[in-house]
Design a protein around this ligand. Structure first.
Ligand code: 13P
Length: 282
């Protein structure tokens, strides 16, 4: 069933686990995410970035997720990831997304607060929950995100930001990157502890791909309730296509088989994350 993201994350906060927010781009990625969540019996968040609005029919996509989620045996939420434009957020709210992320992290604190507050007022009127970010996530390898400069979140600013804006969950920048890490990850868990002590709303970790399992487990213990994953999912499908390109270049190859194989190729990586976040490692 489709469930408001706020409810999914408040349950996670109480239960001390995290929910995977998988970035998706088409039917196969949505089906893979929901199938995996059902197998592991965990909720899942389907996340579409504003970045993909050029290629994806947003209203059609939302209707598709609603239809599949209605049949799902686990809670499913539909989230707008990294939106920079108010008009994209209004579009997502109008067509049934259950949460939106306004990313004003490139602005100074007061400017970010003003813009975020405006979004919160609109979204809450429609019963849609809001994620926002202060500090920003830098770019790693193979990432497809619009990138920040890697400024870490200041706990006092986080407290002020949450209080002033009324957001429902906060993306905390603690050193994870979008994409794979260049060298060793430098993730500041003691900073996360301070942010957790400063704000009560569920915390979100961007940049799940390539983040060591142990760091993810520690971050969940310190209050992370949602972890975003994009790059590793794309890489699994792309690697699959590259590996099987000869087979697929056979004139008899059919697109339906290729798409179905691609879906199956993404499921192990999604399963790894859902199990890890749920603390179900065997
Ligand atoms: P990764 O690409 O590192 O998994 O990060 C995804 C993300 O944070 C989307 O918001």
């Amino acid at each position: 069933m489709l469930v408001n993201t706020k409810k999914v994350l408040e349950d996670a906060q109480r239960g001390k686990y995290a929910v995977a927010a998988f970035n998706v781009y088409n039917l196969e990625t949505v089906q893979a995410a929901i199938r995996v969540a059902e197998k592991v019996n965990q909720p899942v968040i389907i996340a579409l970035g504003e970045r993909y609005f050029g290629e994806v029919d947003v209203e059609g996509f939302s209707a598709m997720v609603h239809a599949i989620a209605a049949k799902a045996a686990v809670p499913v939420s539909l989230h707008l990831d990294h939106a920079y434009e108010k008009k994209s957020i209004i579009r997502a709210i109008r067509c049934g997304f259950t949460s939106v992320m306004y990313d004003g992290s490139k602005f100074d604190l007061e400017h970010n607060i003003r813009n975020t507050k405006d979004i919160v007022d609109i979204a809450h009127m429609a019963g849609v929950s809001v994620e926002a970010e202060i500090g920003s996530v830098a770019r790693g390898a193979f990432s497809d995100e619009d990138e920040g400069d890697g400024t870490l979140t200041d706990p006092q600013s986080a407290e002020y930001f949450v209080k002033e804006t009324g957001i429902d969950f906060l993306a905390a920048a603690i050193g994870t990157v979008h994409g794979l890490y260049h060298g060793e990850p430098h993730i500041d868990l003691s900073l996360l502890e301070k942010i957790r002590a400063s704000v009560q709303v569920p915390l979100v970790l961007h940049g799940g791909s390539g983040t060591p399992d142990e760091m993810i487990t520690q971050a969940i213990k310190l209050g992370i309730c949602k972890i975003n994953v994009n790059t590793e999912i794309s890489m699994a499908a792309v690697t699959h296509l590259q590996t099987h390109i000869r087979r697929y270049s056979d004139a008899k190859a059919h697109l339906s088989t290729i798409m179905s194989d691609m879906q199956i190729s993404m499921e192990p990586v999604m399963t790894k994350f859902v199990r890890l976040l749920a603390n179900k490692t065997n």
